[in-house]
Ligand binder design. Structure first.
Ligand SMILES: NC(=O)c1ccc[n+]([C@@H]2O[C@H](COP(=O)([O-])OP(=O)(O)OC[C@H]3O[C@@H](n4cnc5c(N)ncnc54)[C@H](OP(=O)(O)O)[C@@H]3O)[C@@H](O)[C@H]2O)c1
Length: 174
């Protein structure tokens, strides 16, 4: 399982239910990386998708406690154990955690890698990703070159988890 996220310099990821920034090349990278794969998201992130529609050409798994929440185009899981059970059908390498804050926090310990788009800016934010620069379990293994879009500098970087929880165990942490 892998995480994919766009963060600002404070590791902020969202504000008032929205992304902090929309950078076309980042959107393209997200699509290229996740198309044909399995994406896991929280209900808040799902409802914030453009048009309220699932992401095309991907298996969309949405975490939501409300058992009545359903949509024929998505798979809804109402607990982590239900999610882990569902994931038995898929290669773990093809599973991407795509947000938001709550779901990243819950599933990051299971992720082997994190694809991070680092935006060299600070924004008003109310949702955050774990600061991987300050987390001993994570190390920066790939630092991409700086790019820019409308005066916004950003880079695609990658972190590796030295001790992920084995997803094969498929149990919630005690
Ligand atoms: N920068 C990025 O890359 C990025 C990516 C994605 C999202 N975001 C941003 O993140 C923000 C949304 O994050 P968020 O933390 O508010 O919400 P979220 O993580 O998207 O969704 C949280 C909801 O998911 C459900 N859920 C989570 N864990 C569950 C579990 N174990 N079992 C059952 N249901 C579970 C619950 O829904 P119910 O309450 O319905 O049960 C919970 O309220 C937005 O601002 C969005 O734009 C940023």
């Amino acid at each position: 399982m892998k995480a994919i996220v766009a963060v600002d310099l404070n590791w902020g990821i969202g504000y008032k239910g929205k992304l902090l920034e929309r950078i076309p090349e980042d959107m393209k990278f997200f699509k290229q990386t996740t198309v044909g794969k399995i994406v896991i998201m929280g209900r808040e992130t799902f409802t914030s998708l453009p048009g309220g529609e699932p992401l095309e050409d991907r298996v969309n798994i949405v975490l939501c406690e409300d058992k009545k929440f359903s949509d024929k185009k998505i798979t809804v899981c109402s607990s982590l154990n239900e999610l882990f059970d569902e994931l038995k059908d898929y290669p773990t390498d093809e599973v991407f955690v795509i947000g938001g804050e709550i779901v990243y926090r819950e599933l990051l310990p299971y992720c082997t890698e994190a694809f991070v788009t680092k935006i060299e800016n600070t924004y008003a934010a109310d949702k955050y990703f774990t600061n991987l620069d300050e987390d001993d379990r994570w190390s920066l293994i790939d630092k991409g070159e700086f790019k820019s879009y409308n005066d916004i500098r950003y880079s695609f970087i990658k972190f590796l988890n030295s001790n992920p929880i084995n997803l094969e165990m498929k149990t919630e942490p005690q």
